[in-house]
Design a protein around this ligand. Structure first.
Ligand code: NDP
Length: 308
C-alpha cells in the first residue's frame, strides 16, 4: 500500500514535531511517522529547564503538549518503522510492514540511540537491573545502591534524579574531566548520596538469580578491580545516530550523522535532516525545534514554488 503526502517526517521528537507544526500550518499534506511513542528523548527526561518560557516541567509533559500541537494543523500521525528511502521525483519511504509513504520531500528526525557498554553481563540483564532510562526505571531501585556510567550531562543529571530513590549512586567516569555543564557537575558534587569514581571503567555486570547484584569496575591507571554492590546500572555513555536506512544515499558522515546545509537539506534535493541525528555542536530540545522549523519552511517553499 502506498500513502501519498507532500511532506513526510520520520521521527516524532522535538525536531519532527516542530516540523509538523510548520509544514501543516503552511498547508503541506504532512505525515509524522514514528515507530514508538511521540516525544523522543523528552520521554526519558525527568525535568526540562532550558526550554524558553517554561521554567521547569517534566519532559513527558512537554512531549505531550508538543504532540497535541504537532497534529493540530492537520499533520497525520502514522505508525511505521522505516527500513529504506529511495530517491526520485517522489521519494519512497518503505516501512518494515511493507507500507510505502511517498512524497516529494522527506525529513529525517530519528535522533540517536543509547550506546551500550559492551561488557559481559550487560545484554542479558537489560530490564533486570541494567537500564538506559532512569526516568522509566529509577523507582524500582528504592533504597538500593545503583551505578551510573559516564561524565556527560545525561549521566550527571540522571545520577541526581536517581538519588530520589536510591540509597547511594556511584558515578563512574573514565576520565577526571567532566563533559557535562558546570551546573550539572555542581549539583552532582553537592549531593551527599553521590560518590564520584573517576578514571575507572565498567568491566562486568554481576548477577544473582538472574538479577543484577554488582558491577565490577577497574581503575584505569592501576588496573585494580573492585566490585560495587549495586542492583541497578544506568549507562549514559553517549549515543549513536539512527541512520542505517540512509547509508545508500551517501548523506552521512563517518559516525553516521546526517550532513545538512543551512536549510537542513542534504546533498539529495528535498531530503532533510533535523535534530540530534545531524552533525552539529549543540544537541538540545531548542536546537532540534529550530532545525525542524527551518527544514519544514524550506521544503514548503521548494514544493509549493516549484509546483512539485
Ligand atoms: P556525552 O557524549 O556528552 O557524554 C558521554 C560520556 O560517556 C562522557 O563522559 C564519555 O567519556 C563517557 N563514555 C563514552 N564512552 C564510554 C565508554 N565506552 N565507557 C565509559 N564511559 C564512556 O553524552 P550525553 O548522553 O551525556 O549527552 C549527549 C548530548 O546531549 C550532549 O551534547 C549533551 O550536552 C546533551 N544533553 C544536554 C542536556 C542538558 O542540556 N540539560 C541533558 C542531557 C544531554 P569521555 O568524556 O571520556 O569521552
Amino acid at each position: 500500500m502506498t500513502k501519498e503526502y507532500d511532506f513526510i517526517i520520520i521521527g516524532a521528537g522535538p525536531a519532527g514535531m516542530t516540523a509538523a507544526v510548520y509544514a501543516s500550518r503552511a498547508g503541506l499534506k504532512t505525515a509524522l511517522l514514528e515507530s514508538g511513542a511521540p516525544g523522543g528523548k523528552l520521554l526519558k527526561t525527568n525535568e526540562i529547564s532550558n526550554w524558553p518560557g517554561i521554567l521547569q516541567e517534566p519532559g513527558s509533559q512537554l512531549a505531550m503538549d508538543m504532540f497535541t500541537h504537532s497534529t493540530s494543523f492537520g499533520a497525520v500521525y502514522e505508525y511505521g518503522k522505516v527500513v529504506s528511502i529511495t530517491d526520485g521525483e517522489k521519494k519512497q519511504v518503505v516501512c518494515e510492514d511493507g507500507t510505502i509513504f511517498a512524497a516529494p520531500a522527506v525529513l529525517v528526525a530519528t535522533g540517536t540511540k543509547e550506546r551500550l557498554m559492551n561488557i559481559p553481563g550487560e545484554q542479558e540483564h537489560i530490564g533486570r537491573g541494567v537500564s538506559y532510562c532512569a526516568v522509566c526505571d529509577g523507582a524500582f531501585f528504592r533504597d538500593r545502591e545503583v551505578a551510573v556510567i559516564g561524565g556527560g550531562n545525561s549521566a550527571l543529571e540522571e545520577a541526581v534524579y536517581l538519588t530520589q530513590f536510591a540509597s547511594k549512586v556511584y558515578l563512574i567516569m573514565r576520565r577526571d574531566v567532566f563533559r557535562a555543564d558546570k551546573i550539572a557537575v555542581d549539583a552532582a558534587k553537592e549531593n551527599a548520596k553521590i560518590e564520584i569514581i573517576q578514571k575507572a571503567v565498567p568491566k562486568e555486570v554481576l548477577s544473582e538469580n538472574g538479577k543484577v547484584s554488582g558491577l565490577k569496575i577497574a581503575d584505569i591507571s592501576s588496573q585494580e578491580e573492585k566490585i560495587l554492590p549495586v542492583s541497578g546500572i544506568f549507562p549514559y555513555i553517549g549515543a549513536d545516530p539512527v541512520t542505517d536506512f540512509l547509508k545508500p544515499l551517501g548523506v552521512l558522515d563517518e559516525q553516521g550523522y546526517m550532513l545538512v546545509d543551512e536549510s537542513m537539506e542534504t546533498s539529495v534535493p528535498l531530503l532533510y535532516g533535523a535534530g540530534d541525528v545531524c552533525q552539529k555542536v549543540l544537541r538540545q530540545v531548542v536546537t532540534a525545534a529550530n532545525d525542524g522549523a527551518v527544514a519544514a519552511q524550506d521544503a514548503f517553499h521548494k514544493i509549493k514554488l516549484t509546483n512539485h
